[in-house]
Design a protein around this ligand. Sequence first.
Ligand code: XMP
Length: 516
Amino acid sequence: MASKPRQKILILDFGAQYNQLIARRVRDSKVYSEIVPYNIDAAKIKKAKPKGLILSGGPSSVRLKNSPFPDPKVFKLGIPILGICYGMQLMGYMLDGVVKSTRKKEFGKTELWVDQADPLFKGLNPNLICWMSHGDKIASLPPGFETYAHTLHSKIASIGDPSRKLYGVQFHPEVFHTPWGIDLIKNFLYDVCECKPSWTPANFIDLAISDIKRMVGNKKVICGLSGGVDSSVTATLVHRAVGKQLTCIYVDHGFMRRGETEQVRETFENHFKMNLVCVDASERFFKKLAGVTDPERKRKIIGEEFIRVFEEEAGKLGKIGFLAQGTLYPDVIESESHTGATNVKIKSHHNVGGLPEKMRLKLIEPLRYIFKDEVRHVAGQVELPPHIVYRQPFPGPGLAIRIIGDVTPKRVKILQEADAIIIEEIFKAGLSREVWQYFGVLPLIRSVGVMGDERTYEYPIVVRAVTSEDAMTCDWARLPHKVLERISNRVVNEVKGINRCVFDITSKPPGTIEWE
Ligand code: XMP
């Protein structure tokens, strides 16, 4: 179950790396959007009653036989369509125009001249800079179409047939480098599709709560709460819908950051008055991990043990009807890759993902169709405290994958203390919003130092701080030297067991954000 508003735009996914951005830009324009497979049946589209369709870009060429083509009937549904890059070429090719290879590929920032403003370029400058990335072009228009814009190498850079409400652009209006692109998208949404800008977090909340109420009836719901923004918002929405029928389970595996468990208790039990089961399972986890140093084995063991503890606690609650989970839209898009792309597994990610199959519970996933920053908006609206709304991502296996080698209570304590100092100093410097993640890593090596005339032989702490948009890639954060200096001084002086501080300056790729 997941809440969806009535008025929506469907984006047919032809495999472009920018597809999530298209969905984002549409939602930034306050219109709900969803990404669907490129070969979705026209009949299915008709049933969904979207106000408009967007055909995304993609790496293929319409001139190749095995390229992805949509159901040809989509052009006959009478629903407005905007084709972007490959999407426009599809429109040109499938409606009897001519598509040819460009002799010169257009890539990157390109100057664009508008030949006719209405409707896509209405209110925009007649001479614009856009972002291009294509090797094919429409060489002659399909019958009924006219040209709206051109560039130096593409005579036809935007097309349209107002009688059928079919439009196309050769460039990418969704990318950051085409800053006015959102205005073009708004022209399509508001003028061509006649959408109203009404998608906001507030109406999402009302919709989600009434859906949850209807679905749950008088049954019981459980929710795995980690203290992160996704599970916190999920729990809060379900709690608003069904109150005490919800029980949240928080498993402390012993690898949480300093003070985290107390904060979760304070917010959900004391403040929101939710039914909360806090399980201190640290002893079990430490036992299972004793002597384990391989990162993947650590992840697997923690994941499996987590499910076991969760199941045991859930079993004590009697008959349960539903499991609430904080699955987000990017996770859904990733796991439903529409063009068959496969990714090499770098790390097994662990959250409560394995639970539903094991427990055979019906799922409630109110955030299934929303993005991370939309979740943060919703979190603010349901009055979660700022430390949860803006909490940095924290991996399911916790500090265990930031401790290289053996994970012992003593080493966890050292890392918790050092990590707390790093977090505090980044906060004090006012950098907590611009740095994506900031934390400490405890390596297995030791080095010699000198403290008050005494020789020391202790662990170093590694400071990891990165900037990122989505954790898929990252750069190391250029922390001011003053902040690094304070962190280094404090960590070495205040944390017993640390005698050196180093700063990780690796981007992703080739590094990853976490060390294991
Ligand atoms: P990497 O280390 O792969 O991390 O660059 C990318 C992002 O994912 C987070 N991460 C996890 N999140 N369960 C999670 O829920 C996990 O097992 C896990 N491992 C890594 C990491 O903190 C970063 O934000």
